[in-house]
Design a protein around this ligand. Structure first.
Ligand SMILES: NC(=O)c1ccc[n+]([C@@H]2O[C@H](COP(=O)([O-])OP(=O)(O)OC[C@H]3O[C@@H](n4cnc5c(N)ncnc54)[C@H](O)[C@@H]3O)[C@@H](O)[C@H]2O)c1
Length: 347
């Protein structure tokens, strides 16, 4: 447990999207810290068995009238703070279905803020994203970099979500903290695994499961080994950052309302591939394919602000991330790879 949080917050926290990958890790961390948790989730991606004894309300937060229903839940549960995760999160899908992304992510945020206003709840932690930066003009991005131009509808909804929450501070007294996550990966308890095969590490495992060569998209970028460089953050470190943010919102003096949650360290796709070889023990040969559109060469978040203001620091490194992701993958019977059989087939 994160040192700063040894002292209990004594809050009832409403977590939207608490049955999802990151939300469930935060629900777990809140329970570990002794906090009371209420979850709202439409179970479109989330699983109800991931939230322990948190009370679950099944609803679509982006639907018409959801603000009123959220206010009723917040009042009935005597909620002190909201952590808002529930959103659609696939960049490519957002390019194909922009109106649905605006409807889901913007209306969802609107209804959460409406519910908080009506119920008088004053603290909000919001899942923002490094996607708000688009293709930043520097390798290691600080929160106040300019210009901030998200390059897809998903990133736009996250930046606009920050603006919406900020606008509610003065008139409704809602204190807001936006956490801009970099590349979230790894797993805490294995039952909280991310079942979606959307990010690099599960994509590599998935190709191996299918007996196919893992792919690297582009090895001619202006980076040390030619592959894209990203800032990987362990999901359990990210969960701790949410508890630190709740604590920060308790302070009267707050200098900032948005924070990168990154490590400031870059790891290339090729380094991750090599780490996957080491951790799995599978002697695969990767293929190199063409670059994908819209992948910036570097995306690394400066953690200086969150380090200094909240005292939060990442505890886990890339080895821990890949090892924990592999443990969770292997614990899932639908994913499990029998390493010895795999090696014989490959031979
Ligand atoms: N995973 C990442 O790498 C990453 C990076 C940056 C930001 N984020 C943001 O973090 C948040 C959580 O991401 P995740 O990876 O845990 O995603 P996830 O899909 O695993 O979890 C989202 C949860 O929200 C629920 N949900 C979605 N839309 C809903 C709606 N309209 N009403 C009620 N419930 C709804 C889903 O059922 C799911 O349980 C999202 O807001 C995402 O944009 C994620």
């Amino acid at each position: 447990m994160f040192d700063l949080l040894k002292e209990r917050l004594n809050m009832t926290v409403l977590v939207t999207g608490g049955c999802g990958y990151i939300g469930a890790h935060v629900v777990y961390a809140l329970h570990e810290a002794g906090e009371d948790v209420v979850v709202v989730d439409d179970l479109s991606y989330g699983k109800p068995d991931r939230i322990g004894d948190a009370r679950l309300y099944g609803m679509d937060i982006a639907a018409p009238g959801a603000g009123e229903r959220l206010a009723e839940i917040m009042k009935a549960e005597d909620v002190d703070a909201v952590i808002h995760f529930a959103a659609r999160k696939q960049v490519g899908e957002s390019v194909e279905k922009p109106l649905w992304y605006y409807q889901q992510n913007i209306n969802g945020m609107l209804n959460v803020l409406e519910g908080m206003k009506e119920a008088g709840v004053k603290k909000l932690v919001f899942s923002s994203s490094a996607a708000t930066y688009g293709v930043p003009p520097v390798d290691v991005v600080p929160e106040d970099v300019e210009p901030m131009v998200p390059i897809n509808p998903y990133g736009q909804t996250k930046l606009f979500g920050e603006w919406m929450a900020r606008a509610c501070e003065e008139p409704y007294g809602i204190r807001f903290c936006g956490l801009r996550y970099f590349n979230v990966a790894g797993c805490g308890p294995v039952q909280l695994e991310d079942p979606a095969i959307l990010n690099l590490i599960p994509m590599l495992f998935d190709r191996l499961k299918q007996g196919k060569a893992p792919a690297i998209f582009g090895d001619d970028y202006p980076t040390p080994d030619g592959t894209c460089v990203r800032d990987y953050i362990h999901v359990s470190d990210l969960a701790d950052a949410h508890l630190a943010a709740l604590k920060y919102l308790d302070r009267d003096e707050r200098k900032y309302d948005v924070f990168n949650v990154g490590t400031g360290e870059g790891t290339s796709v090729r380094q991750i591939v090599d780490e996957v070889k080491r951790v799995t023990g599978l002697p695969f040969t990767e293929t190199v394919m063409a670059r994908r559109a819209g992948d910036p060469p570097h995306l690394i978040g400066s953690p200086k602000r969150i380090n200094e203001e909240m005292g939060w620091h990442a505890r886990y490194d890339v080895d821990d991330i890949v090892e924990s992701a592999w443990d969770a993958w292997q614990a899932n019977p639908a994913h499990h790879i029998d390493v010895e059989t795999w090696k014989q087939q490959d031979a």
